[in-house]
Design a protein around this ligand. Structure first.
Ligand code: SF4
Length: 268
């Protein structure tokens, strides 16, 4: 019997990783085309214009807020990223979470100068942090199209290597997989610098969240849809399932028949 049949809400999205999500900015300069937070604030709620979304406005009350001790791993951030423009604010929030005794999952398309600073500031409490870097493909042409203002592949890999060599627990999120033909090779290349996990997931709700304003984008969206077909996901699962660090997001688990998480924040 599935969780849905049980009347229990399935554990999906960020709830697979954390019991709570913390944010301190209202928008994100990375401008990813599949961004849920952007879709929510710009398209769904109409709170921001597309131009406002790509600025970086810090929410001062969130920076200074005293944080409670949560009953499990906390994710920071989930609706923006850590970028040079908001680095000081993000470091303050992290410090507040750590001071309250939390274990924090930091998720980012990382900038090397930000990660160097973060590793330096939190070296004394590194066991309380898990650094998860989103690396969705190795091909910079795809990254520039889908995540136009985020760092390229080499910088993200350098961040992973830097954090790993500085003794932090490291993890990668390949969600969404932008190039399923290259995922296995990318996993192979990144594994030496991953101490914790590498998560693989689909691009969700493409038709609702991704604007297809050109023929190029229509072709791209078709390529993504084809690349995450059930058949392709079964092949990938078969290919990678014995690697201990590999974990599957709910979007893949449902296709391949892998057991869903039973409660939030387990990160398994
Ligand atoms: S980095 Fe994250 S929050 Fe920022 S635009 Fe991309 S998906 Fe959205």
């Amino acid at each position: 019997m599935s969780d849905r049949d049980n009347g229990k809400k399935p554990i999906s999205g960020t709830r697979e990783w954390a019991v709570a999500e913390i944010n301190c900015s209202m928008d994100c300069p990375h401008g990813c085309r599949y961004c849920y937070a952007c879709y929510d604030l710009v398209e769904r709620k109409g709170i921001l214009t597309p131009e406002q979304w790509t600025s970086c406005r810090v929410l001062p009350a969130e920076v200074t807020k005293k944080r409670p001790l949560y009953p499990g791993q906390v994710m920071f951030p989930s609706a923006h990223d850590i970028v040079p423009e908001n680095l000081e604010a993000c470091l303050s929030v992290l410090r507040n979470l750590i001071d309250a005794g939390n274990k924090v999952l930091v998720v980012s398309k990382p900038h090397l100068d930000c990660i160097e600073r973060l590793c330096s500031d939190f070296s004394d409490v590194r066991e309380r942090l898990l650094l998860r870097f989103t690396i969705t493909a190795r091909d910079n042409r795809l990254l520039e199209l889908w995540e136009p203002h985020a760092p390229g592949y080499v910088e993200r890999k350098d961040c992973l290597e830097y954090a790993f060599k500085n003794g932090f627990a490291t993890s990668v999120s390949v969600e969404p997989m932008l190039d399923t033909t290259d995922v296995a090779a990318m996993v192979d290349e990144l594994l030496p610098f991953i101490s914790h996990s590498i998560w693989l997931g689909k691009m969700n709700r493409i038709e609702r969240r991704v604007a297809c304003e050109s023929e190029e984008m229509r072709k791209e969206v078709n390529r993504i849809v084809k690349g995450q077909s059930d058949e392709r996901l079964h092949q990938l699962y078969h290919e990678l399932r014995t690697i201990p660090q590999v974990r599957w997001k709910e979007s893949v688990k449902k296709v391949v028949g892998h057991q869903l998480a039973s409660e939030p924040g387990l990160d398994i």
